[in-house]
Design a protein around this ligand. Structure first.
Ligand code: FSO
Ligand code: SF4
Length: 547
């Protein structure tokens, strides 16, 4: 195996024996093979699309397969064997569609479009031959992988939007075009850079689409206090990002005597008006994804993992763990997909919860959030006044991810060291590094404004663009906003590309820069966008406050 798609990659260069995330060598290779099959599918899907063939099932398969390969989404070997087999079937079907529509199958297509096998054993042989390192030129490899990781993040957000009935064909067309482009040896590094930047445009589109899906379905997030203690009923803990799963779980647990708590990235669900009517929606339990080994154990009740936030389960809670959607782990119970408009069936989880003791309290009190674009813009007068009067000197976008590495304590220390006249704008699970620090407020505006999940970084961009307009500036970079972003997995990659597309410069990324950026590709990003890493809290503070 060779995988370097996330920030925690071994030795900052690549996992080669087993993933730091727990992904095994065989699963990593099969994920590579699935991506390879998607490339073959895309070659034909692009041609079929040009001939007027419409195949929403192909879009859905590509999207879900990309999503399933995101860090911490799916560790189940059988899932990838099944997906490779289904993918090959889809690819062959597309060839028939092309011929039926009057097209001709190209004579010497890329190997990903012709390779075929039936058995799992053959899949494993091929899987070991199609990994990242098969692209020999390190800059081309870097750009291809940067593009593919952006597509993975894009796919995850597109999946959430589609689940709520929101779809944009342009996003799927780009995914297919970009996947096929990674097989094209005639493309220059400049062509690939252009595609990476174009991915940023679709990153903005997909986050805007998801924002519309979420806010139209569940209302605009609003200022909310979320309990972090526990109640006396048994509970179900729901993690990940899927709001539809949460909605159906809340409906099915109503009146059952079982409370529902959020973990990790599900915390921002409390900010949506639609979920406030559920009296048994009890609060948030615990912290970011990487603390689940301890927090799932002390929760005592069943846990539902709706998206990429799973770490290999400990025996102490494995029998209380459920996965759904693209998430999977061999030996862990899986809740099946919706059938023909019917909700998912969570009855097994609810029945198990009733037999469990209530959660053990690990903290108490409340945290405040709900500062997505509508809430912040409703406070715009106050915010603008505070900036004009000098009460707020600078905003720090500290969105992104949390993770295991000790070096991430930098973000806690940075938040603590920020002057009292600065405000943190956050989204994603990075917030757990400082959202319980009680950093106070500035004239009623909290110093940590949490917009929501990682995809709600879009809200932060909307806020920045609005402030630019209010202050009559030409360039978003003239605002007193600094970007000190923590990243972990591939959704953060699409968020980053989206911010670059919106023209944001001088983004600092940490705790380390991506291993998949070759020195030359990094140089391009530095030249075009002034991207940088992090150093010490003191040096970085000085640097940010003097720009
Ligand atoms: Fe991921 Fe980052 Fe959303 Fe976290 S991008 S790691 S679980 O912030 O949140 O999916
Ligand atoms: Fe390693 Fe990250 Fe890949 Fe897991 S996802 S194998 S930790 S690089």
């Amino acid at each position: 195996m060779f995988c370097f798609q996330c920030q925690e990659t071994a030795k900052g260069s690549g996992c080669t024996i087993k993933g730091v995330c727990g992904k095994t060598d065989d699963v990593a290779n099969l994920q590579d093979l699935l991506i390879y099959v998607l490339k073959g599918i895309s070659i034909y899907a692009n041609q079929a699309g040009g001939l007027g063939v419409v195949r929403p099932d192909v879009n859905k398969f590509v999207m879900e397969s990309l999503f399933a390969t995101i860090t911490n989404a799916n560790f189940d070997k059988q899932v990838f064997i099944d997906r490779v087999r289904e993918g090959l079937k889809i690819r062959e079907g597309l060839k028939e569609d092309i011929v039926k529509a009057g097209g001709r199958i190209p004579e010497n297509p890329h190997d990903s479009a012709v390779w075929y096998a039936d058995t799992a054993a053959e899949f494993e042989v091929k899987a070991a031959q199609v990994g990242v390192l098969t692209t020999a030129n390190e800059d081309v490899r870097s750009l291809r992988e940067l593009l593919i990781y952006g597509l993975k993040g894009m796919a995850a957000y597109a999946e959430h939007a589609l689940t709520l009935g929101y779809n944009d064909d342009g996003i799927f067309r780009f995914m297919l075009k970009a996947l096929a482009a990674t097989t094209d040896d005639s493309l220059s590094a400049d062509d690939l850079v252009a595609l990476v930047l174009e991915a940023g445009k679709y990153g903005v589109d997909v986050m805007a689409l998801l924002d519309k899906a979420n806010t139209t379905t569940y209302g605009n997030p609003e200022l909310t206090k979320v309990e972090i203690g526990v109640r006396s009923n048994p509970g179900i803990l729901i993690s990940g990002h899927d709001l539809k799963d949460l909605e159906e779980l809340l409906q099915q647990t109503e009146g059952s005597g079982v409370d529902v708590y959020t973990h990790g990235e599900m915390l921002p669900a409390h900010y949506y008006p639609a979920f406030k009517k559920y009296a048994h929606f009890a609060g948030n339990y615990g912290n970011a994804w990487w603390k689940q080994d301890k927090e799932f154990a002390s929760f005592n009740g069943p846990i539902l993992l709706t998206t990429n936030c799973l770490t290999p389960p400990k025996d102490s809670y494995k029998d209380r763990l459920y996965t759904t959607g693209v998430v999977g782990f061999a030996g862990v119970k899986h809740i099946a997909d919706r059938k023909e408009g019917q909700p998912k069936d969570f009855s097994a989880i609810i029945e198990q919860a009733k037999k469990c003791p209530p959660p053990t309290e690990i903290e108490s009190g409340e945290i405040v959030g709900g500062f997505a674009h509508a809430q912040v813009l409703s406070l715009a007068d106050k915010v603008v006044e505070a900036v004009k009067s000098g009460a707020i000197k600078r905003f720090f976008v500290m969105a992104g991810c949390d993770g295991r590495m000790k070096s991430r304590e930098y973000y806690t220390h940075f938040a603590q060291a920020l002057p009292a006249d600065t405000v943190i704008l956050t989204a994603g699970c990075a917030k757990y590094k400082y959202n319980k620090l009680n950093l106070g407020d500035i004239g009623g505006i909290p110093r940590v404004l949490d917009a929501g999940q990682c995809n709600d970084s879009y809200s932060l961009a909307v806020i920045a663009l609005k402030l630019k307009e209010v202050f009559g500036l030409d360039d978003v970079n003239e605002l007193p906003i600094s970007y000190n972003i923590a990243w972990y997995e591939q959704k953060a990659v699409i968020v980053l590309l989206a911010l670059l597309y919106l023209g944001v410069k001088k983004i600092h990324l940490g705790p380390t820069l991506p291993a998949f950026l070759s020195p030359n590709v990094l140089k391009v990003l530095v030249e075009k966008f002034d991207i940088g890493g992090i150093s010490s809290v003191e040096d970085d503070l000085k640097m940010f406050m003097t720009v």
